[in-house]
Each structure stands twice: as structure tokens, then as C-alpha cells.
Design a protein around this ligand. Structure first.
Ligand code: ATP
Length: 885
């Protein structure tokens, strides 16, 4: 019952000194003894269980049944092949699923929350899983609470505890409270912070008293059992398509069997053929292929700093038409430097280097307020905390107003933290025998709550003229792309509450700081524009500052393309949606405006990506089609609400991620179209032969072999095809667009039919060599074997070659570079070697009822196999010609 004890008691029991925290050795020892701070999820499936889950399929049961029948009637070789195929199929399924899962797990690892703890006397950021009882944890707004904590210090700390209590209004915390009543409900334990709840405001520090399953959330075992295996929209659509095609395939197979029955063919052989054909034709592997391509793609994206948290995001990325981006840190470097300061009627430039500069008394007051009202530090050239504040500390250092000295001399006794709605921050510090409020923030907001101004060392009433004067200087600074911050103060004789701080202030002046744009962003913006995507800037900063930077980066061309939060408020939702396309810069906005912006863009039919980092950004990130959180400066809340995290906070990464997203979608399409053409080829060959009373060109085992061995590898290789550089010259894909748009469906049907017909022609050639034709009666077995071998090689060969044609709907294989997808080259070579293997290795050839071909016949089969690829390449020439005209 930690809440019933005083903070010093708890600290003694946990054997920790709050000033230094645990030592690393002690923390490691405790971790080894008590284990990681992790809630237990549902147990993972074992490999064996996974394997068996892949056998639970109607078709597989039928195949297994067929294997049993073949065993009973003594066709042992066929039985073995069928069983082998079934097991190999399941094994491949397991490998695919395992790989996909590993990729997702690795990504989850990257996004595990981190916590600030005090160890060895220093504050460090560690994985929340490594937290142990006794750790001193620093809590600030936007962070998840990593364990159950008894607070030892709190400043306006508010924690949202809905994960535990269901109550979404944050509860106020106070480290000094003690609750002697053992029955105090969780929501009333104001001196505690619980695991999985969320700090929304203020700051605090506490000692960890319980971790993992010992915590309140662990005890009620309400584990966030989010099912991350949810299918993406594309997977769902393909799953449906697979099912439809599956029914068609089964219907065709039943038809084949019925026709064969009336034709009085060998029923058992036809039964096996029909089943194998069904297995081959039903594209049950589509969602699996999509999963693996997505998983591999997501792994690749993490290497370029885009960490995709939810697989559907990859597909959506390809359709993004609007990128809404924060300014500070994403478009700019977030390296602030104060270059100017202004007290009434006195504008000064700040020297870029050096210390010991002199300033007038009221200028010193201005800087003193800035330094005292900052949490950042700057020592030995290293800053920690908000870069805006670091810049202010550096400014103080230049004028001999060191942070260390000021903070010791004027001790902080109260504060009202910064939030992006007020755009202000205030602290209460000792000042002589009394106290002084120091406020800093957006100058327009400061002027609204100020009564006086400090002019030439005198406090005078703030006149409209003075206000205009401050604003004019602020505008001028903003026009030069400077970030402007004002400061004000007020004296009191007692410690006042935060609510009383920001009123009747005395304005001191303003500073202007530069934050240079990121160099690479300009190119990315040009690239996004050529890809039909509109980048827009959303910022809490001043309109002119924002517009100046937007112009520099190519986002906007005129100030008229900007609108402020206040102006947005004046418009109705419809009016705003109607006008939104004329704006590129949204300035002085609060987080709730972001939601309005996202909705207005969506209203216009756009797919919107929105960046965010703050506590209040979660709603807009959730509303956006792609919510993008900042990896470095982002809060846990924004990260958990996002679909993607930028590990480097950089705008350029968003554009790269969109490019990857487009390529991944295209690659999925290539794999799927390829697989469908292959399946269709097999169906056409068998169906036609049955329909026209011809002998079947392929045996059941042969079909299974080709379907399993030959198709799988090239399909996966197509899924990792290197990106097409031209992909960013096209417009974003309409999310409603059919998967078969742009001729993809035709390519599958025509390609598949051609492959099927060629297989039959090859079969005919084989028969013909021995003087038989398709219609002949009583063809000897050796002749059939020979002709089937021809058909077998052509079917597999034409599919393998055709995979090259699938790489682009318009570009020739030479334009793409024959060897630019090495995996595909290897897949095709391996495919051919396997074909050669079954034909030439005697026991395999016997098992599959195949035989070696003559040199001349090899020439013929290779020639036939090249036909689909060649015809497709010729068609592309025409496509390119018409595209040019
Ligand atoms: P973006 O939304 O693009 O990151 P931003 O960083 O300028 O832009 P905010 O951090 O919300 O947006 O800041 C908005 C305004 O609040 C700033 O223009 C400044 O006037 C004020 N401000 C920013 N940081 C502080 C701070 N630490 N203390 C007081 N005021 C601040």
C-alpha cells in the first residue's frame, strides 16, 4: 500500500536515493531477479502448431484423401508426391508467415516506448521494459507511465487513467498527498501514477514500486491484446478475389470430371488431375504473397527511417495526395539561434559568437525572464530540452546571464507549463523577498494579457500604440522567417496558483530566432509536387514566419496562400472545405484545427497524411489516412496514435516512404498478376484437352510440381522488384481504383491463355514426332510421356520467362536492365534447373513420368517458352508509342 506511506518511507523501502537513482549494477541485478517490465501477451503459436494450421484447408483435405486412395490402389509414387507437395506447401506457408511475423516484430521493437530514469546520478532514456522497482522515473507531458510509480515530486501533473479506470478526464496528481484509507479507489490515489496511463500535463518524478504483471494493469490482466494480424484492405480484396476464382476453379474442375466421366476416361486419373488442377488454380496463396511482400517492404522502409506500424499504411501511402507537415523540426532543422532582440524602440542584433557582451538594464530583464522561464540546459556546447529554450539559454550565456546562476539565485517555486493552445509558458520564481512571474510565448497572446510595459527602466501602462509597435517589429522579424517569442513578468508578494499567473503582465520585449530549413527538403517538395502530391505546412508559429519559410522551400508562392487558426474558426466546415485548396500554409493553428484541416481535405476526396508530435495531436493523427509521428521529438501519445513514425523527424522521409509505398503496391500487383496468369495457363491447357477429347497434356503430379516449385519463387522475387524511378512522376493512385486497372487484367488473361495454348501446342508437337495427333486413339505410354515432357517444360518455361515481362507494363526488359532484379534471375535459373532435374535424374523422371528430350526438342520448347515474353515485349513497344502520341 504505497499510497498510504510518505515518499521518504517508500524510498527507503525501495532502497534508492532519489538524487542519484539506482546504480547500473543494482538495476541489472534487480532486472535479473524480477524480470522484464512486460505485460504477458497471448502465448505464441509454436512452429508445429503453425505448420498444422496450414494444413487446415478444404483442398488440402481433398488432396490428403486423394493420397490415401492412391495408396490403397497401390500407386505409391503418386501418393508420395502428393504428400510431399502437401507438406512442402505447408512448410513454405510457415516460412512465409514466420518471416512476415519476424519483420513486424522487429518493427515493434523499434517502437517500444522509452522512459526517462535517473541512474548513476544521471537522467537517461531507457527502454521501458528495462525498468525495475526502485528506479526514479521522470514524467513529463505526453509520456506513457512505464510502471506503477509512487510520486515523490509533482508540478501540475495530470494523468489520464482511462486504461485503468475508464475515466478519460485526466486526474490531478500531488506527490505530497498521503491516503491512509486502504480502500482508496485507484482513481483517487493522487500520489500514484500507474502503468499504461498517460501524462497529459505538467511534470513529475517518482519511484517505481511495481513492474510488469505486479502492476495494477497487470493484475487485472486487461492486456492490450491488439490483433496486429489484421488483414490490410488489399489483402481482404485479394482474399475475396481468391475465393471467387476458387469457386470458378472448382466449378471448372467438377466440369472436367463430369465431361471425362461421359467420355469414359480413366476416372481415377481424371479425379487426381481435377483435384490437382483445383489446387493449382485456386489462388489461395494470394494473401500470403501480399503479406510477405508487405513485410519485406516494411523492413526495407525502416532502413530509410520510416517505421510503419500498421501494414495497411503501406498501401495507403501509395495513394497519398496531400502531405500536411509541421514546420519546426520536420521542414526546418530545429536548430534555433536568437539573432535579434527588441525592447521598446530599441532593436539589437545578437553577435553570432562570443560571450561577455553588455546589455541595458531592461534588456537584461528580458533575457533573465527568458532564461528563468526555460527548462532547457546548455553545457559544454550541448543542449538538452526544447531547442527554442536552448536558444534562449545560449542568448543568456552571451550576456553573462548564465542559467545556472539565475536558477540558483531566483529559485523556481511554481509553474504553468507550455501548451500549444495557449502558446505560452510561465514560471514563478523567488525575487528578493517576494516572487516574480516570468511568462514567455507568442507575442500576440502576451499582449492580450498584458497591462503594462517596461520602457527605459520604467513600468508604464501599455498603450495601443505600443502594442502596434511590438507587433510591427514582430511582423518584420517574421517576414525574415524568424521565429518570434515575447516575454513579460509580474511581481507578487505570495506564491500564486498557475491560474493567476497569466494576467496583468508587464511586457519586456521580444526576440527573433532563426531556424534554417533542412537542406534536402526543397528537393523533396519538388519531387512530391511532380508526383501529383500537394505538400502543405501546418504550424503553431506566426503566419509571416511560416509563409517566409514556405516560400523558401517551394511550398507556397505568396502570403495569400496562408490562413491562420483564427480565420479558420470564422469559417463553417463547408466553407473551409470549399476553400481549402487555395491554401498551402496554416499558421498559428492549435491541434484541434489540425483535425478540421484533415477532414476538409478528405471532404475534397484527398488521401491525407498528417504529422504530429504533441500530446494533443492524437486526434488529428487518428483522423488522417496516414498519421505520421516524430521519432525524436514526438511524445508517446502521438507515436501510439500514428500509422508511421519518422525515425529522423524529416519531411524528406515522408516523400521517400510514399515512393516506397507506391513501389510496394506495384510489386504486389506484379506478383499477383503473374500468379494468376500461371494458374490460368494450367486451367486452359487441361480444360481444352478435356473439352476436345484430347489426351490430358499434364499429369496430376506434374501440375502440382509446377504450381508449387516453379511459380512461388518468381512471384516472391517480383514482390521485391527494385523500385521504378518514374513512379514519382505519376499521379497518386486512386484508392478506389481496381486492382486490375491499366491493362493488368488483360495481361493476366491474355498471358495465361497464351501459356495454356502453347502448352497444348508443345504437347501436339511431341505426339506428332511419333506420328500421332491429338485425336489419335491408343497412343502408347512412351509417346504420351514424351509429349507430356514437352508440355511440362513449355508450361513451366513460359511462366518463368513471362515473369520478366511482368516487371513493367510499359518498359522493356532491357530498359529495366535484364539483371537488375537479381532475385528474379536466380528464381528463374533455379526454376529451370529444377525442371531439368526432374527430367534428367532417373528416379525423379520415373516418379513424375517424364523423360529426357532430344536436342532439337529442347530448341523447340525453349522457343515456345519465349513466345509469351516476346509478344508482351512487342505489345509494350506499341504501348510506349501510343503513350508518346
Ligand atoms: P510546428 O507546429 O510546426 O512544430 P511550432 O513549433 O512553431 O510549429 P508550437 O511549438 O506549437 O509550434 O509553437 C507555437 C508558438 O508557441 C510559437 O510560435 C511560440 O510563440 C510559442 N512557443 C513555442 N515554444 C515555446 C516555449 N517553449 N515556451 C513558450 N512559448 C513557446
Amino acid at each position: 500500500m504505497w499510497f498510504a506511506k510518505s515518499a521518504p518511507e517508500v524510498l527507503t523501502e525501495c532502497k534508492v536515493d532519489p538524487a542519484t537513482g539506482l546504480t547500473t549494477e543494482e538495476a541489472q541485478a534487480r532486472l535479473a531477479q524480477y524480470g522484464e517490465n512486460k505485460l504477458e501477451g497471448k502465448p505464441k503459436k509454436s512452429l508445429i502448431a503453425l505448420f498444422f494450421s496450414h494444413l487446415q484447408d478444404m483442398l488440402i483435405y481433398v488432396l490428403l484423401g486423394a493420397a490415401v486412395i492412391t495408396l490403397v490402389i497401390g500407386e505409391y509414387v503418386d501418393a508420395i508426391i502428393i504428400l510431399l507437395v502437401v507438406f512442402l506447401n505447408a512448410a513454405i506457408g510457415v516460412i512465409q508467415e514466420y518471416k512476415a511475423e519476424k519483420a513486424v516484430e522487429a518493427l515493434q521493437q523499434m517502437t517500444t516506448p522509452k522512459s526517462l530514469v535517473k541512474r548513476d546520478g544521471q537522467i537517461q532514456e531507457i527502454n521501458s521494459e528495462d525498468i525495475v522497482v526502485g528506479d526514479i522515473v521522470v514524467i513529463d507531458a505526453g509520456r506513457f507511465i512505464p510502471a506503477d510509480i509512487r510520486l515523490i515530486e509533482s508540478a501540475n501533473l495530470q494523468i489520464e487513467e482511462s486504461a485503468l479506470t475508464g475515466e478519460s478526464v485526466p486526474s490531478e496528481k500531488d506527490a505530497n498527498n498521503i491516503h491512509p484509507d486502504p480502500k482508496t479507489p485507484i482513481g483517487d490515489k493522487t500520489n500514484m501514477a500507474f502503468m499504461s496511463t498517460l501524462a497529459t500535463y505538467g511534470r513529475g518524478e517518482g519511484v517505481v514500486v511495481a513492474t510488469a504483471m505486479e502492476t495494477e494493469i497487470g493484475k487485472i490482466a486487461k492486456i492490450l491484446d491488439e490483433d496486429i494480424e489484421e488483414m490490410t484492405p488489399l489483402q481482404k480484396r485479394l482474399d475475396e478475389l481468391g475465393r471467387v476464382l476458387g469457386f470458378i476453379a472448382i466449378a471448372v474442375c467438377v466440369l472436367i470430371f463430369i465431361i471425362a466421366f461421359f467420355q469414359k476416361r480413366d476416372l481415377f486419373e481424371m479425379f487426381l488431375t481435377a483435384i490437382s488442377l483445383a489446387v493449382a488454380a485456386i489462388p489461395e496463396g494470394l494473401p500470403a504473397i501480399v503479406a510477405i511482400v508487405l513485410a519485406l517492404g516494411v523492413t526495407r522502409m525502416s532502413k530509410i527511417n520510416a517505421i510503419v506500424k500498421k501494414l495497411p499504411a503501406v498501401e495507403t501511402l501509395g495513394s497519398v495526395s496531400i502531405i500536411c507537415s509541421d514546420k519546426t523540426g520536420t521542414l526546418t532543422q530545429n536548430k534555433m539561434t536568437v539573432v535579434k532582440f527588441y525592447t521598446l524602440d530599441n532593436l539589437q542584433n545578437v553577435p553570432s559568437e562570443g560571450t561577455g557582451f553588455e546589455a541595458r538594464q531592461e534588456e537584461q530583464e528580458l533575457m533573465k525572464s527568458f532564461v528563468l522561464c526555460s527548462d532547457a540546459t546548455y553545457e559544454d556546447g550541448q543542449g538538452t530540452g526544447d531547442p527554442t529554450e536552448v536558444a534562449l539559454i545560449v542568448l543568456g550565456d552571451k550576456y553573462d546571464l548564465s542559467r545556472q546562476r539565475l536558477h540558483t539565485e531566483y529559485k523556481r517555486v511554481g509553474e504553468k507549463p507550455f501548451d500549444s493552445d495557449r502558446k505560452l509558458m510561465s514560471t514563478l520564481n523567488q525575487e528578493g523577498t517576494g516572487y516574480r512571474v516570468h511568462t514567455k510565448g507568442a507575442i500576440d497572446n502576451i499582449l492580450k494579457i498584458a497591462k503594462n510595459a517596461l520602457v527605459n527602466g520604467q513600468v508604464v501602462p501599455l498603450t495601443a500604440e505600443m502594442k502596434a509597435n511590438y507587433l510591427q517589429v514582430a511582423e518584420a522579424m517574421s517576414d525574415d522567417a524568424l521565429r518570434v517569442l515575447g516575454a513579460a513578468y509580474k511581481d507578487t508578494d505570495r506564491v500564486i496558483d498557475p491560474e493567476e499567473m497569466e494576467q496583468d503582465l508587464t511586457v519586456l520585449g521580444i526576440v527573433g530566432m532563426i531556424d534554417p530549413p533542412r537542406l534536402e527538403v526543397k528537393d523533396s517538395i519538388a519531387q512530391a509536387k511532380s508526383a501529383g502530391i500537394t505538400p502543405v505546412m501546418i504550424t503553431g508559429d506566426h503566419r509571416n514566419t511560416a509563409a517566409a519559410i514556405a516560400k523558401e522551400l517551394g511550398i507556397a508562392s505568396a502570403l495569400e496562400q496562408s490562413i491562420t487558426g483564427t480565420e479558420i474558426d470564422a469559417l463553417s466546415e463547408e466553407e473551409f472545405a470549399g476553400k481549402i485548396n487555395s491554401y498551402r500554409v496554416f499558421a498559428r493553428v492549435s491541434p484541434e484545427h489540425k483535425v478540421k484541416i484533415v477532414k476538409a481535405y478528405q471532404e475534397q476526396g484527398n488521401v491525407v497524411s498528417m504529422t504530429g508530435d504533441g500530446v494533443n495531436d492524437a486526434p488529428s493523427l487518428k483522423n488522417a489516412d496516414i498519421g505520421v509521428a516524430m521519432g525524436i521529438t514526438g511524445t508517446d501519445v502521438s507515436k501510439s496514435a500514428s500509422d508511421m513514425i519518422l525515425a529522423d523527424d524529416n519531411f524528406t522521409t515522408i516523400v521517400h516512404a510514399i515512393e516506397e509505398g507506391r513501389n510496394i503496391y506495384n510489386n504486389i500487383r506484379k506478383s499477383v498478376i503473374f500468379l494468376l496468369s500461371c494458374n490460368l495457363g494450367e486451367v486452359v491447357a487441361i480444360f481444352a484437352s478435356v473439352l476436345f477429347f484430347w489426351p490430358v497434356p499434364l499429369l496430376a503430379t506434374q501440375i502440382l510440381w509446377i504450381n508449387l516449385i516453379t511459380d512461388t519463387l518468381p512471384a516472391i522475387a517480383l514482390g521485391v522488384d527494385p523500385g521504378d524511378k518514374e513512379v514519382m512522376k505519376k499521379k497518386p493512385r486512386d484508392p478506389k481504383e481496381s486492382f486490375f486497372a491499366g491493362g493488368a487484367g488483360a495481361r493476366a488473361v491474355l498471358g495465361g491463355t497464351l501459356i495454356g495454348v502453347l502448352t497444348l501446342v508443345a504437347f501436339y508437337f511431341g505426339l506428332n514426332e511419333y506420328g500421332y495427333s491429338l485425336g489419335s486413339a491408343n497412343i502408347p505410354d512412351e509417346v504420351l510421356t514424351y509429349a507430356r515432357t514437352m508440355a511440362f517444360v513449355v508450361l513451366a518455361g513460359s511462366q518463368l520467362f513471362y515473369s520478366f515481362a511482368m516487371r513493367s507494363p510499359t518498359k522493356s526488359i532491357f530498359q529495366l536492365g535484364l539483371f537488375s532484379n537479381k532475385y528474379l534471375v536466380v528464381a528463374v535459373v533455379v526454376g529451370f534447373m529444377l525442371q531439368l532435374g526432374v527430367i534428367t535424374i532417373p528416379f525423379l523422371a520415373d516418379a513424375f513420368k517424364l523423360q529426357m528430350l532430344s536436342g532439337g526438342d529442347w530448341g523447340i520448347v525453349i522457343l515456345f517458352s519465349l513466345i509469351p515474353l516476346t509478344l508482351n515485349e512487342i505489345a509494350k513497344i506499341f504501348m510506349r508509342m501510343t503513350a508518346k502520341n
